[in-house]
Design a protein around this ligand. Structure first.
Ligand code: NAP
Length: 295
């Protein structure tokens, strides 16, 4: 990073936890290459203080914010306007400064998520999304562009699943994709796993843990005996690399995708929205993030 001076502007990330985040490393590397006198910080923030902190940061002319786990829906309260996608899915990962100390809520996760799937043909296939939180909304919004047959959301909480399906079913049906919710506490999800061409983990299960213990594997160990080597496993988590779940997939010769490309592309899109510049150095962002993961 170049020297922080009296003129340097603040940009940042709000979430809980944030200490795993690679965003500061990759954003600050991009700003340096782009000649932006900005500094990106990861700021841990509790749900009860989120709106107040976001609004206060706008008052001190913060140039942009990213929002991460678990606040992508709670942050709607701090926004005065929304982009079309953020409004449709009611989930925000990027705040863009607007006049009169206001924030526009945007979502760059949708495009970031799709980037590593751009060479896959998933037409008429069945896809599973594990989890029904903020990022799962962006994932479903991305998936409906792929002309799938069926999206199955697997979750642990009946209430979360109900709200999720209710909010997303119209968007899906407009795109001729059916969506259903399955509670893995009540139903055996084996048949769904066997039929899926792509399975996406959007829960934090496996984050920052190095041991292959049961609690680090979404849905537990046994269920993964049911995947074939044709199943694609996509984990939104990017650290540890690979996660315990993707290690299982690698052993079964599945195509595995981790969250690093998504992270880099959603971050690059956020910078575009904040700075107005089209040429964001995506490769620099990715290499700085990878280098940091190896430290
Ligand atoms: P979130 O809004 O808090 O949602 C998390 C979801 O996971 C919820 O549905 C929650 O279920 C479920 N969950 C949490 N702990 C669980 C457990 N122990 N067992 C079963 N289900 C559990 O979080 P998020 O913002 O969607 O983020 C989720 C993960 O995706 C995080 O690890 C985040 O870092 C990662 N992510 C990565 C990228 C990237 O660029 N690579 C982008 C976005 C997110 P309940 O509803 O029942 O609580």
């Amino acid at each position: 990073m170049s020297t922080i001076t009296g003129k340097t502007h603040l940009v940042g990330l709000l979430g809980q936890p944030v200490n795993h985040s690679l965003s500061p490393v990759m954003h600050n590397a991009a700003y340096q290459e782009m000649g932006l006198d900005w500094c990106y910080l990861a700021i841990p923030c509790e749900k009860s203080k989120l709106t107040q902190i976001a609004k206060t940061l706008r008052l001190i002319n913060c140039k942009g914010l990213n929002i991460t786990i678990p606040h992508k829906q709670e942050i709607l309260k701090a926004c005065n306007k929304f982009t079309e996608i953020a409004n449709k899915i009611q989930a925000v990962n990027t705040l863009i400064p607007e006049n009169h100390n206001q924030w526009i809520g945007a979502n760059t996760d949708v495009e970031g998520f799709l980037m590593p799937l751009k060479n896959q043909d998933l037409r008429n296939k069945r896809v599973i999304v594990i989890g029904s939180g903020g990022s799962a909304r962006a994932v479903v919004m991305g998936l409906i562009t792929l002309k799938l047959k069926q999206i199955t959301i697997i979750g642990r909480s009946e209430n979360s699943l109900k709200i999720f399906i209710n909010d997303m079913k119209n968007i899906c049906s407009k795109n001729n994709t059916s969506i259903e919710g399955v509670n893995n506490q009540k139903l055996d999800v084996t048949p769904y796993i066997q039929e899926a061409s792509l399975i996406i983990n959007t829960t934090p299960i496996g984050m920052n843990k190095k041991n292959n213990v049961e609690e680090n594997i979404p849905l537990g160990y046994a269920i993964w005996n049911n995947i074939s080597n044709k199943t694609i496993l996509y984990d939104l988590i990017y650290t540890p690399r690979p996660t315990s779940w993707l290690e299982i997939g690698n052993k079964k010769n599945c195509l595995t995708i981790d969250g690093l490309d998504m992270l880099v592309h959603q971050g690059a899109l956020s910078i575009k929205l904040w700075s107005g510049f089209d040429n964001v150095p995506v490769e620099t962002m990715k290499s700085s993030a990878k280098k940091h993961l190896m430290v």
